[in-house]
Write a protein that binds this ligand. Structure first.
Ligand code: HEC
Ligand code: HEC
Length: 241
């Protein structure tokens, strides 16, 4: 992956972080900025701005983190957006948001194999990460903790935006029509780390869509100039089960 591509990925991450930091500030005054997490996210955002100019650096290597997660078999139980046997990593980031010592805790969690409670109530050793390189483990932990700490999705706002854009002419949440149901889309992206970016691209660039009858036409783009509303719609779709 090129340095430019890497900084693109970082910038996208930092943007969401910035956006959600802004939303939190709106809710709670400037208190959020005093927390260490917010400070970290802010410095991540600054870093991305720096990267756009310098185009090579390496504080958080998103692709290396995703690769290590796949190689270690983590994605059989975890996805970024949705709970599987293990919690969605986005929810882990939310849970530890603002908590001092979170990185150390997760580092221990991923290296010591302490007991984890599975969805069916049984307990077993949580798998440990398949590397002994502290820098690679630290990078994975930082990536998980830096996942966009989005506000929980606003389902009503997402539905409204979908209605305004006539998306429901071809889609439904549950049923396949001319187009796949959104639950089907969510299921397809369940284990996929770049899902939010892929769907955002799909909904902004009007690339060709293949219909059930085999014909192709440009997919409608979402009409909104508010990136938060679009991100909310994308995350709502991805959260459907
Ligand atoms: C066999 C399924 C399974 C696999 C594979 C797995 N996990 Fe987990 N993971 C879980 C479960 C279940 C929990 C919730 C544990 C609990 O709360 O007791 C969890 C919790 C976590 C947490 C949150 C810990 C916390 O303190 O809240 C993180 C982070 C995590 N896993 C990362 C990973 C990584 C990274 C890998 C790959 C090395 C991995 N998991 C592999 C099932 C799994
Ligand atoms: C004219 C019918 C039509 C309309 C209107 C439409 N879609 Fe689609 N959509 C499709 C089809 C067909 C596909 C399957 C595309 C493919 O797999 O090539 C699709 C795929 C998708 C996917 C899955 C993309 C992926 O990467 O798998 C999402 C998400 C989606 N649409 C959301 C929306 C949203 C949001 C709107 C409203 C702005 C919308 N669609 C409006 C026909 C439509």
């Amino acid at each position: 992956m090129s340095a430019a591509g890497r900084s693109q990925a970082l910038i996208a991450g930092a943007r969401s972080a910035q956006g959600s930091a802004a939303r939190r500030r709106a809710r709670s005054g400037s208190a959020a900025l005093r927390t260490p997490r917010a400070a970290r996210l802010a410095s991540l955002a600054l870093l991305a701005v720096g990267l756009a100019a310098a185009a090579d650096c390496c504080a958080l290597d998103v692709l290396a983190a995703q690769r290590l997660a796949r190689q270690s078999g983590c994605t059989s139980c975890h996805a970024v957006y949705q709970a599987k046997d293990g919690p969605a990593w986005k929810d882990v980031a939310v849970k530890y948001h603002g908590e001092a010592g979170a990185a150390e805790r997760l580092y221990r969690h991923l290296t010591t194999g302490r007991k984890a409670r599975m969805a069916d109530g049984s307990e077993r050793d949580h798998p440990i990460v398949k590397t002994s390189d502290p820098a690679r483990i630290g990078n994975l932990v930082d990536w998980i903790l830096a996942l966009p700490v989005a506000a929980p999705v606003d389902a009503a706002a997402a539905r409204t935006l979908a209605q305004q854009n006539r998306c429901l002419k071809c889609h439904s949440v549950d049923e396949r029509r001319e187009a796949p149901s959104w639950k089907e889309v969510a299921a397809r992206y369940l284990g996929s780390v770049g899902a939010e970016d892929a769907l955002t691209r799909h909904l902004t660039t009007g690339r060709k869509a293949r219909f059930a009858d085999g014909h192709e036409e440009p997919h409608p783009a979402v009409k909104t100039s508010d990136p938060d509303r679009l991100a909310n719609l994308v995350n709502w779709i991805l959260s459907l089960r």
